[in-house]
Structure formats: C-alpha cells, structure tokens
Design a protein around this ligand. Structure first.
Ligand code: BES
Ligand code: ZN
Ligand code: ZN
Length: 484
C-alpha cells in the first residue's frame, strides 16, 4: 500500500494536491497553495459541503478542493467522504497524491488516510477480468501529507487500519464455498504469523476430544469440518486481559428449520462477528497495543443434511449443560455458548466480549445503523458505547432483565435455544449466552446482525463493513490507557 511521507511547508510539486475543506469554516488565507486563487469568487462557488468537489488548474499544480462537511462531522462521516472521493474519482486520480492538512485536526488525518485507502477497495475478488489498478495502488504510488511530523503516527494508523479492514472485507464478502471453516482458520494462522501473535487451530478431532459438543452439533449436517480458532496477543506492559469471542458461521441455511431463499445468499456474512475479532487482534498486534487479547472463533456452517440436528433434539455442550433445540436456525448462540464457556474456564479474562450476527430481531430494531449491546456491567457498557460514538460504529444498549429468563426454560433439558415466540429475539439470544458466561462479572454481547453487511459505494448488492474492528480497537486503546 502507498508509502506515506510528511512535509511541513508546501511548495508546488507534480502531485495532485487535495485540500479538504470544512463547510464554511476553512479560512482560505490559512492555506498557502490557495494564495493566488480568487478567494471571493471561490467562496461564492464552493462552500465545502460534504462531497463537493472543485478542480483548480493553477499554473504549477492541479489542486482539488474537497468538501468534508461540518466541523463537528463524525469519524464515519469524514471517513466516508474520503472513501467516496477515492472511489468516485478513481479514473481521474494520479498515483502521486498530496494532501494539505495543516488546518485539520490530527485525528482527521487518520480518517483521511483511512478513507482514501478504503476507497481503493475492489470487491470483484472472483472476477476473471482484472479490474484496473487504482491510482493509489500503483507501484509508484505515494502519499505526501503537509502537516507537522507528529501527525505521521495518525496517518500510519489510518493506513494500518485500512489494510486490516480490507482484508476483513475480503473474507466477509467471500462466498461460503471460498471461506470454509478451514479457510477462515488459515486466514487467522497467516495473520498471526505475519503480525507476531499466537495461533492455535483445532480440527474436528481435537474439538471432539475437548468436548465442544454444541459446536459439533451445529456442524453435524456439514461437509466441512468445524474449526476452533484460538488466538492470543500479549502486548508489552499489558495490565488487562480481554477475551473476544466471535460467531464464525460461514454460511447459515437455517439447518432443518430452513430459511426462505430470498436473501439467503447474504448469510455468507454470518461470520461477521468472527471477522470483527480477527481484525481486532490483527490490528492490536500491528499497533503494538499494551493489552493482552485472546480471541476464540468457533467456525462451522449450518447446513441441511440427514445428519443435521433437528428441532426437539437435546444436545450437550462444553459447559456440561444440556440444550433443547427448538429452532436449528438459532445456531449462532449454540457455537458461541461453547466458545464463551471455554474462554471463561481456560483464560479467565478481565473483560469478556462476544460479537455475533445473531438475530433478525437486532436488524428489525436498529436497522443498519447500530449494533445491539448487552452487558451485565455498567462501566463496560459505557466504555463500549463511548468507543462506538467515537468511531461511528454505534451501539445501543438493551436490557438483560431476569424476567426474560422464563423464555428459555425447557421441560426436557437445562435450557432451550429459542423461546418459540417471535418476540424480544435479540434479548432472548443474549439471555441464552449469559447462561454460559459462568456469571463472569464483566461481560458484553454485541449483536451486529444489522451492521456487518450493508450498502456501500463500491457494490450493487449489500457488502461487508468490517464493523467492530475500529470500535474494539478504540475500546482496547482506552482500556490500556485507563489502566496504564
Ligand atoms: N444468522 C442469523 C441472524 C441474522 C439475520 C443475521 C439477519 C444477519 C441478518 C441467525 O442465526 C438466525 O437465523 N437467527 C434467527 C433466530 C431465531 C430462529 C430464534 C432469527 O433471528 O430469526
Ligand atoms: Zn440461524
Ligand atoms: Zn446465524
């Protein structure tokens, strides 16, 4: 990806010079490259509204003024703007780009770099015709940032984040037949090797030996063996151990309680929770965060077969508790129950967070704009909400009241996997997971069904968002700082 350098003072070069403009608040006089531009006329025709673009062909350099909206725009809004710019103007851009940023806040530079690089993302992984290489991806590509040297760290973070996010977009966008549990495990192993953290991948045999029965139950109808992915990054001077568990259902047909076929193809994204935790540990390792992170991803697809579990079956689980299956489409909570129980028993993390594309109910409640957050700890909930607001990967808390426990009482087993009623679906799923946390006092569950897969400028259909990576990394950074 394009190397970044900084320079303090601007002088004309052969780069295309991008000048981000904040709506009606950037002072032209502050920006030396615009010295010879007729600022009065400029103000009349260009105000810096979001995504407003003005090309200026000055004597020595081509300049693009680019509106990034209001001064108080959210992180996501700023990132989106830059991403839109790099994508929309791909054909007009050149491989040498300079961005003038002295008038911007340091953090905005991180978002600018992140957005510009994300805008180069090509979704057509399996097209036989090669897509034209984006200008910023060409061999001689370079990014020059006019700013103070300290801003470099922000720019580099924006780039590191974009690299990981794009890798995550690729695995979530990949079709189910190109991301079997084994392929997902391979991704994790390679990432661990490349970025210097530990990986331990269990095959089906080992999963049987250890007794992850709920994962095995979901995997019964599948041709591809389940995998249990364990990753560990121990940052230097880490004071806190955070356990992350991600739902890795590589395709969800619903099983015997089969889904309707409309939009079933989107169920390739049912490993969005896994992708979020994989991206988070990779980025935490890359940024060398002073935190200890353990990730667990139970991975399988949920398929229909003579061997598939059936509604009414009673299955065992790693925790020892028995589960009555009411609906085989409530498979995510089954594999998570093993992941969570294993995490708590063997790693005893200070903080436990699970992420999953778990319920249609979360989509119906929040649409595509927020994840549903559940937590038994107010401080943890507040910290995750804060990270959500800061990154624009927003979450909204729902209750875990005892009253909802009634819905999970089974006549024949310890618990059932679904109330059987089409109400309070996201809460019911969260209550089920809570049952397997062994009363961990600092647990949060994030149902990201509505936000993992969404509309994007580079795709006709819905596509991956990498939701959760920036949110969790922000949370980890804050946690490390508070405890340093
Ligand atoms: N993977 C789905 C949830 C989902 C729905 C994710 C829409 C993304 C978009 C999950 O496994 C599921 O099928 N949940 C069922 C549970 C129900 C049968 C208890 C649901 O929410 O309808
Ligand atoms: Zn399902
Ligand atoms: Zn599912």
């Amino acid at each position: 990806m394009m190397p970044i350098s900084t320079a303090s003072t601007w002088k004309p070069t052969d780069h295309l010079l991008l000048i981000p403009i904040i709506h009606q608040s950037t002072d032209w006089a502050e920006i030396p490259p615009l010295k010879n531009v007729q600022s009065e006329r400029l103000t009349k025709h260009f105000t810096g509204k979001k995504n407003e673009v003005q090309w200026l062909f000055t004597e020595k350099q081509t300049i693009v003024l680019f509106g990034i909206g209001e001064a108080d725009s959210s992180a996501t809004a700023i990132i989106r703007s830059f991403r839109h710019f790099a994508n929309r103007y791909a054909e007009k851009l050149t491989s040498k780009l300079a961005v003038y940023t002295h008038h911007l806040e340091d953090q905005t530079v991180e978002y600018a770099v992140n957005g510009l690089l994300l805008g180069t993302y090509q979704i057509g992984q399996f097209k036989t015709e090669e897509a034209p290489v984006h200008a910023f991806e060409q061999k001689d590509a370079e990014l020059l940032i006019y700013s103070d040297q300290e801003v470099m760290a922000f720019a580099e973070k924006g780039k590191a984040t974009a690299e990981t996010q794009m890798s995550i977009l690729n695995i979530v966008n990949a079709p189910a037949n190109k991301k079997t549990p084994q392929i997902l495990a391979e991704w994790a192993k390679n990432s661990a090797q490349q970025f210097g953290y530990e990986s331990d991948i269990w095959d089906k045999q080992k999963i049987k030996e250890v007794g992850l029965h709920a994962l095995l139950a979901v995997n019964r109808g599948s041709e591809d063996p389940a995998q249990f992915i364990i990753l560990e990054y121990k940052g230097k001077n880490a004071k806190q151990k955070v356990g992350l568990v991600g739902k890795g259902v590589t395709f969800d047909t619903g099983g015997i309680s089969i889904k309707g076929s409309a939009n079933m193809h989107y169920m390739k994204s049912d490993m969005g929770g896994a992708a979020a935790v994989l991206g988070t540990i990779e980025l935490a390792a890359k940024l060398q965060l002073p935190i200890h992170v353990v990730c667990i991803v139970p991975a399988t697809d949920n398929s229909v077969d003579a061997l598939s579990i059936k509604p009414s079956d009673v299955i065992e689980s790693y925790s020892g508790k028995t589960i009555e299956i009411i609906d085989t489409d409530a498979e995510g909570r089954l594999i998570l129950s093993d992941g969570i129980a294993y995490m708590v028993k063997h790693f005893q993390p200070d903080v436990l967070i699970d992420l999953a594309t778990l319920t249609g109910s979360a989509v119906r409640t929040f649409g595509y704009h927020a994840g549903a957050l559940f937590s038994n700890n107010d401080n943890l909930a507040a910290a995750i909400e804060k990270a959500g607001d800061a990154t624009g990967e927003r979450v909204w808390r729902l209750p875990l009241w005892k009253a909802y426990e009634e819905d999970l009482k089974s006549d024949v087993a310890d618990v059932k996997n679904f109330s059987g009623r089409p109400i309070a679906g996201a809460i019911g799923a969260a209550k089920f997971l809570e049952y397997f946390t062994d009363e961990h006092p600092n647990w949060a569950h994030l149902d990201m069904a509505g936000v993992a897969f969404n509309e994007a400028e580079f795709s006709h259909q819905k596509s991956a968002t990498a939701f959760g990576v920036r949110l969790l990394v922000e949370y980890l950074e804050e946690l490390a700082q508070v405890n340093s």
